[in-house]
Ligand binder design. Structure first.
Ligand code: AMP
Length: 545
C-alpha cells in the first residue's frame, strides 16, 4: 500500500492527463498478477469493482471513531482537523502522521482482505475493530488512501476511463478494446488481468453479471432535441427505478442502477417470468402499478431498501417492470446493434403480464415531440425520453443518443437554518444547506441542498453563516434564519428525517433570494398541498399513501 500511496500522490500532483496516465501505466505494468487487479480497482476509488454488490459499510462516524481510538485525539480535535480538509482520508493521514510510524504498511492484498471482511461483518463494533487494526498497521500516507478507498473517492483526478487508458498504455493494447472489455465485465480488475495477458477478447456479456446502464442527457425543449438529431423514438419517461433483468430461461435476477441485486425485493417479477424458456438481458424501469395504473414513485419508495419481501406491502404496492431495451438474446449480445433493431427484437419477445415493453413512437418535428410529451404527462409520467434509433447501447455513458425532457417543476422559497462544511473542492466552505418552510410560528425543515450555487455565492454565504452561527454541531453550524433560497425539486415525499414530516425530492438551489424577507417564505401548508396533489398534477409522482 505504500507504493500505491506514493503513486497516487504523484498522480494527484499533476493536472496533466497524459502525465497522470503514464505514471499509472508505469506502476500498473510492474505489478504482479495477484496485485494488479486490486490496484486497478482501488485506483478507481472503490473498494470493489463496479459490478460487485458488496459494500464495506463504513461511514464517516465509524472512521472518526477509529481514528480517534488509534491516535488518541479527542472527537473535537478530529472535527477541527476534518473541517478545513473536508476529507476523511486526509484527516486520517494528518492525525496518524503525528504518531510513531510502523516499519511498513498493510499490503494491497491486506487491504483487499480488510474490505472483504468489512463487507461480511454484521456489526459496527466489529467493523470498528477491523478499522482500528488496519489503521494501526498503516503508515500515514497509506492510511490516507486506505480511508479514501473505504469512503469511495480518491480525489486524485482519476476517472475509471483514465485507468482504462493507463492499462492500454501499460500493456500496449488498443484503448477501445480495454474499454469494451471493461464495459462488458464491469470489473476493471479482471479487465486489467485480461489486458496484461492479451486476452481482452475473452470478455463477454455474461448472464447474472450486470452491465452499467446507458444514461440520458437532459434537454429543455423539443427545439433543443431536434438540434441534436433529426429523428427520435419517443417513449414515456416512467417514474420508478432503473432495473436490468437477466434471465437464463429458468432463473431470473434483477439488478438496480447501482448494479445491486434486487431480485428478493421484488419477488413477483422473477416469479412472473417463471421458466421463460428464452435467455435474455433487458433494461427497463420498475414502477409501482396496480391493474395497469401507475401508483407513483412515493408508493414504490415504500418497497425500496428492504432486504426481503413483506407480503402485506407486496399486496398493497404491486410492481411491474416496463422494459425499453434488449441487450442480449439467446446468448447473443445486441449492444452493438442499432436501437431500432433491438426494439424490433424486443417486440418479438413474448413477455409475461408483469413485464411489458414501452411504446416507442417515431417523432421528427417540434409538433411531434410536443404531442408525445403532452401525451406522456397525461398518462401520468414524469416526462419524455427521446432516443436515437441508430444508436448502439453504450453502458455507463451519458451521451446525446438518449435525451430526457421533463416538465418544469414547482419551486419553493425556503430559509436556511443550518449550514454544513462541504467535501473535496468545497472543504472549509459552508456549502450544504438545510432549509425550512414556515409552519405557523415555527420553522419546519423540508430538505437539504448543495447544488445550484456559484463559488462566489458560497464564499459569500460561508462568511455570512460564520457570522450568524448560533451553535456548532459536528459537520457544521446552526444559523439565524436569514437567507432565503428558491429551490426547485421533483416531488414531495413523506419523511421522518425532517421535523416537517416531508422531504423534497432532488432539491436544487435555483437562486439565492437576498431580496426576499424571511417573513415571505412558503408554508408547510403549501408543501402538504403539493404532496397531496402531485399524484395527479405531477404524473403519479407521489401523493398520500
Ligand atoms: P434521470 O434519472 O432523470 O437521469 O433519468 C434517466 C432515468 O429515467 C433512467 O435511468 C431510467 O431509470 C428512467 N427512465 C424512465 N423511463 C425510461 C425510458 N423509457 N427509457 C429510459 N430510461 C427511462
Amino acid at each position: 500500500m505504500d507504493a500505491f500511496a506514493s503513486v497516487a500522490d504523484e498522480v494527484a500532483a499533476t493536472t496533466r492527463k497524459l502525465e497522470k496516465r503514464s505514471i499509472l501505466a508505469a506502476y500498473l505494468r510492474e505489478l504482479a498478477p495477484e496485485s494488479l487487479p486490486i490496484a486497478a480497482v482501488f485506483l478507481t476509488g472503490r473498494p470493489f469493482p463496479l459490478s460487485s454488490e458488496r459494500t464495506v459499510n463504513v461511514g464517516g462516524a465509524l472512521l472518526r471513531e477509529a481514528v480517534v481510538e488509534v491516535t488518541g485525539v479527542s472527537p473535537k480535535e478530529y472535527d477541527a482537523a476534518y473541517i478545513p480538509l473536508g476529507d476523511a482520508g486526509d484527516t486520517a493521514a494528518q492525525l496518524l502522521g503525528g504518531r510513531e510510524q510502523p516499519a511498513r504498511s498493510l499490503t494491497l492484498e491486506g487491504v483487499r482482505r480488510l474490505c472483504d471482511e468489512l463487507a461480511a461483518c454484521p456489526t459496527a463494533t466489529e467493523r470498528r475493530a477491523l478499522l482500528i487494526g488496519a489503521l494501526t498497521a498503516c503508515r500515514a500516507p497509506a492510511a490516507r488512501y486506505l480511508v479514501k478507498i473505504l469512503t469511495g473517492a480518491l480525489r486524485i483526478g482519476v476517472q475509471e476511463s483514465l485507468v482504462e487508458e493507463a492499462l492500454a498504455e501499460a500493456f500496449g493494447r488498443d484503448p477501445d478494446a480495454v474499454r469494451q472489455a471493461n464495459m462488458l465485465l464491469g470489473d476493471i480488475g479482471r479487465t486489467a488481468l485480461l489486458a496484461r495477458e492479451d486476452r481482452l477478447t475473452d470478455a463477454r456479456l455474461a448472464l447474472f453479471r450486470p452491465l452499467k446502464c446507458m444514461l440520458a442527457t437532459a434537454v429543455d425543449g423539443p427545439e433543443e432535441a431536434l438540434g441534436i438529431g433529426a429523428e427520435w423514438l419517443a417513449e414515456d419517461k416512467l417514474d420508478g427505478i432503473r432495473c436490468q433483468l437477466h434471465c437464463d430461461g429458468a432463473e431470473t435476477r434483477l439488478y438496480s442502477r447501482t448494479l445491486d441485486e434486487i431480485t428478493r425485493q421484488f419477488p413477483e417479477v422473477a416469479a412472473g417470468l417463471g421458466g421463460a424458456g428464452r435467455e435474455f438481458v433487458c433494461d427497463g424501469e420498475l414502477i409501482a402499478a396496480m391493474d395497469g395504473e401507475q401508483l407513483g414513485f412515493a408508493q414504490l419508495a415504500r418497497r425500496l431498501g428492504r432486504k426481503g419481501p413483506d407480503e402485506a406491502l407486496t399486496r398493497a404496492v404491486p410492481v411491474a417492470l416496463v422494459v425499453f431495451d434488449l441487450l442480449a438474446l439467446d446468448g447473443r449480445p445486441l449492444l452493438a446493434e442499432p436501437l431500432g433493431e433491438r426494439r424490433v427484437r424486443l417486440q418479438g419477445l413474448p413477455l409475461p403480464p408483469l413485464l411489458r415493453a414501452t411504446e416507442a413512437l417515431p417523432v421528427r418535428d417540434v409538433a411531434g415531440v410536443e404531442a408525445a410529451f403532452g401525451a406522456a404527462l397525461a398518462r401520468g409520467n414524469e416526462g419524455l425520453m427521446l432516443k436515437d434509433p441508430r444508436s448502439t447501447y453504450q453502458p455507463g455513458r451519458r451521451g446525446r443518443a438518449w435525451l430526457k425532457l421533463k416538465r418544469p417543476l414547482a419551486t419553493l422559497d425556503v430559509v436556511v437554518v443550518a449550514a454544513e462544511f462541504g467535501h473535496g473542492r468545497r472543504r472549509g466552505l459552508l456549502s450544504d444547506y438545510t432549509f425550512a418552510v414556515r409552519d405557523g410560528e415555527r420553522l419546519a425543515t423540508v430538505g437539504k441542498a448543495y447544488s445550484g450555487v456559484t463559488a462566489r455565492e458560497i464564499a459569500f454565504l460561508t462568511e455570512h453563516f460564520r457570522r450568524s452561527a448560533v451553535e456548532d454541531f459536528g459537520p457544521g453550524v446552526l444559523v439565524v434564519p436569514s437567507i432565503v433560497l428558491e429551490v426547485a425539486f421533483n416531488g414531495v415525499q413523506r419523511s421522518g428525517r425532517h421535523n416537517s414530516g416531508f422531504a423534497l425530492r432532488f432539491p436544487r438551489i435555483k437562486r439565492v433570494r437576498l431580496d426576499k424577507p424571511v417573513a415571505e417564505i412558503d408554508t408547510l401548508d403549501r408543501v402538504r398541498r403539493l404532496w397531496e396533489t402531485q399524484g395527479t398534477r405531477e404524473g403519479g409522482a407521489g401523493g398520500p399513501a
